[in-house]
Ligand binder design. Structure first.
Ligand code: ADP
Length: 284
């Protein structure tokens, strides 16, 4: 009698990546010349379920990351309002914090947009003339305070002259921010994070960020870049962490790459390389 729809879950549903399946069965009643038949459709919706799960995890992580800067901004806004006209120094400090936390929010939202673009296969870069010096002044401004809070020494070893290159300023900034943020995040207090930038005669750019942090086991060194291959690969279950996948994608869209050397408990060095554009310009 009647029609119905039932979702049947088989195997280890808590751990779908390992060995679970979700099947959806729909039953339709068909009556023809007094004969009643039932048609049963069985659909395997495991991949759909997995993709929903990873989307939910991503949203949960993203909202969690948005919350901290928002709370900081609210507190410092209140402080700035209270200090109005009374204590200029307090007010100035509060405004600086608000400004840097707002930039952090912009970066998080930028990363989220890029992540969905990568998943949709539509992440692009827009090359324009950009002054490379800015990349590093911004990094220094944005991370000096964080490093100091954690008692990490932040060193910059920069060339005396910076070329103007053809690249996507915002995206490259994003990639470097992700590498820098990780270096500080995964380096314990008392450690050192350095930034070394160099350019060759064709303006190819190489930026290395060695840290004295926790290091990455050799078996994990490729995997940490690969979170986005997860969609089709049921063995990879972790859904957090997309910064490195994003940074590498940005480098590759510029024709470059990110490489890694690391030893557990000793530290890691991520190097972002972007090939020069001067050579091709001369040839043309
Ligand atoms: P998230 O840091 O949010 O997890 P990422 O994609 O930025 O995501 O990094 C992926 C993983 O790579 C991290 O979870 C961490 O295990 C490892 N990792 C990245 N950078 C470093 C580093 N500088 N030192 C040690 N481990 C790192």
């Amino acid at each position: 009698e009647g029609s119905g729809r039932r979702v049947v879950e088989l195997g280890d549903v808590e751990n779908l990546e390992a060995n679970g399946s979700v099947l959806k069965a729909s039953v339709a009643r068909v009556e023809e010349e007094g004969v009643v038949r039932a048609i049963v459709f069985i659909e395997d919706i495991t991949q759909q379920r997995l993709s929903n799960q990873s989307q939910n995890a991503f949203i949960a992580q993203a909202t969690h990351e948005l919350r901290t800067p928002l709370t900081t901004i609210r507190l410092y806004c209140e402080e700035a309002i209270e200090a109005e006209g009374a204590d200029e120094q307090v007010r100035e400090k509060a405004l600086n914090v608000i400004s840097s936390e707002t930039r952090r929010l912009e970066r998080i939202v930028g990363d989220m947009l890029c992540v969905s673009e990568i998943e949709a296969g539509s992440l692009n870069i827009r090359r324009e003339s950009m002054r490379t010096e800015q990349l590093f002044t911004e990094l220094e401004e944005d991370y000096q305070a964080q490093a100091k809070d954690k008692s990490i020494t932040l060193d910059f070893d920069l060339p005396p002259k910076f070329p103007t290159i053809q690249a996507d300023r915002d995206r490259l900034g994003q990639a470097l921010h992700n590498l820098m943020g990780n270096a500080i995040k995964y380096t314990p207090s008392g450690g050192t994070v350095s930034v070394t930038a160099s350019f060759d005669e064709h303006d190819a750019m190489s930026v290395s960020i060695p840290d004295t942090g926790i290091g990455i086991d050799e078996s994990q060194q490729e995997r940490i870049f690969e979170r986005f291959t997860r969609a089709d690969d049921r063995r990879i279950s972790q859904v957090t962490g997309s910064g490195l996948a994003l940074a590498r994608q940005i480098a590759r869209l510029h024709g470059g790459d990110i490489t890694l050397e690391s030893e557990i408990d000793q530290g890691s060095t991520f190097t972002l390389f972007v090939p020069g554009t001067t050579e091709s310009k001369q040839a043309a």
